[in-house]
Write a protein that binds this ligand. Structure first.
Ligand SMILES: [Zn+2]
Ligand SMILES: [Zn+2]
Length: 457
């Protein structure tokens, strides 16, 4: 493919377009490149979970022209592949303090050649990277410090939204900076490259604060039994809710699961969570009656070997659940995982444990924007066009239809597409090498009983 010239701006997704997961986006201008996010995804095959990452040969061949890799937020689908792919990229990696804390722990666990050049973003000022000038806009999402990025070039600016939602009361961290998005309209925003996850939904995501009230009321109803709550380990506001709720209910919080303790460690290091005075270690809670316990766990998707998986099979060294106990899943069921989640819930119910999930009650809010939120952002920032990303084809197509409703041109990209943003309107002009590769040694999960196969996600 030909390289972008001085009057051109290209967008090339190598992951995350046509799928939810494995986000990797490139911007090209005047022969120079900028990468935003570098994530992993998971694939189930014959009961084994494989960890996959994008093929980055396209970027590797241009590593001398690659200014930097910038991370929008600390989710695995945005930064999980950094430690595995950095060898091939060898560029500075920019992340906010929280995402950097998460990356540093991953670097500590990984075997990488050379020192990963990790730099902290100062979101209060712009960042010059060759011909690209980046400005950061705080957005609310299901983890802290998520950023939208205004990627400026001499031929126009792109609003790269990252994952976001509009929540006036996110509980931990700032609300989406609507004033900054409004101010961005003064610039020449040639395109919004934007989150499609909930573009099929006609309603806004609900607020984390509204959810906290509902969860308090729900858990107050449990009088004598144990309470276990499961959520994603990176959802710091939700974990904060549960730790506060434990204090309110005069229960001791117990953090179960390595990934949860790692994330809580990062959040305490960056002062998003404070230490809990009543938290206890799992080995100590045999001394306490069930009514004094609140377990906070990982394993919402029925991941084999997770704390929740072992509890459900009564295979946990320290914990046994019984009639009168409640397990609350404060998370969404990821498409493709339905069978595993169903099995997990059935196992718990077979032991007379009460199970509550988003299927039955209001116990979770999404971190992604519904159509009203997308509209609001476009009305504020006034992009000249929309390029939906971060979604399966049906999500991106719905997002493109919303653009049409708003009178904006759009193009639905695919992994490997070369989208010419400037001169506009955006169009696909070429495609480049892309694909998925397995992360070596990163498999998890056991095979199901003989003959039983789980479908691919
Ligand atoms: Zn995210
Ligand atoms: Zn994401």
């Amino acid at each position: 493919m030909r390289e972008p010239g001085p009057r051109e701006l290209f967008f090339v997704p190598l992951g995350g377009s046509g799928e939810i997961g494995m986000n990797l986006n490139l911007y090209g201008h005047d022969g120079r490149w900028l990468m935003i996010d570098c994530g992993i995804t998971f694939e189930q095959e014959d009961g084994v979970t494989h960890v996959l990452m994008p093929n980055v040969r396209f970027a590797h061949k241009r590593r001398k022209q690659l200014e930097a890799l910038v991370i929008t937020h600390a989710h695995e689908d945005h930064l999980g592949a950094v430690v595995h792919l950095w060898d091939q990229l060898q560029c500075p990696v920019y992340a906010t303090p929280f995402a950097a804390a998460v990356l540093r722990r991953k670097i500590g666990e990984a075997d990488i050649e050379g020192d990963l050049d990790l730099r902290i973003i100062d979101c209060s000022t712009s960042l010059e990277l060759g011909p690209f000038t980046l400005e950061f806009v705080d957005v609310t999402h299901s983890t802290v410090e998520s950023q939208a990025i205004l990627v400026g070039t001499p031929v126009g600016t792109v609003l790269h939204t990252g994952d976001f939602k509009l929540d006036p009361d996110p509980l931990v961290g700032p609300a989406t900076d609507l004033a900054a998005l409004g101010k961005a309209a003064d610039r020449n925003i040639v395109a919004a490259i934007s989150d499609s996850t909930n573009a099929t939904k006609d309603v806004s995501s609900r607020s984390e604060a509204e959810l906290r009230d509902a969860l308090v009321q729900r858990l107050e109803r449990v009088k004598t039994g144990r309470i276990a709550v499961a959520c994603f380990s990176s959802n710091i506001a939700r974990i904060d809710t549960f730790i506060r709720m434990a204090a309110h209910l005069e229960r001791h919080p117990v953090l179960l699961g390595r990934s949860l303790r790692r994330m809580v460690g990062c959040a305490r290091e960056t002062e998003y969570l404070s230490e809990s005075e009543t938290e206890i270690e799992v080995r100590d809670f045999g001394y306490l009656p069930p009514s004094k316990l609140m377990l906070i766990c990982t394993g919402t998707q029925g991941e084999p070997g997770s704390a929740m998986d072992r509890i459900s099979r009564d295979d946990h060294r320290d914990i046994s659940f019984e009639r009168g106990d409640l397990v609350l899943f404060s998370s969404k069921i990821i498409p493709g995982n339905e069978d595993g989640v169903q099995r997990l819930h059935s196992q718990l119910r077979s032991r007379s444990v009460e199970v509550v999930s988003e299927k039955e009650e209001f116990v979770h809010v999404s971190g992604h924007p519904g159509r009203p939120e997308l509209r609001r952002v476009y009305q504020l920032a006034q992009p000249a066009s929309i390029v939906p990303v971060h979604g399966e084809e049906r999500h991106m197509t719905a997002h493109a239809e919303l653009a049409t409703e708003m009178g904006l041109p759009s193009v639905v990209p695919f992994n490997g597409a070369v989208v010419q943003l400037v001169p506009g309107p955006p169009k696909i002009i070429d495609k480049v090498e892309h694909g998925r590769t397995r992360v070596p040694g990163r498999e998890s999960g056991r095979r199901p009983p003989s003959g039983k196969k789980r479908r691919r996600s």
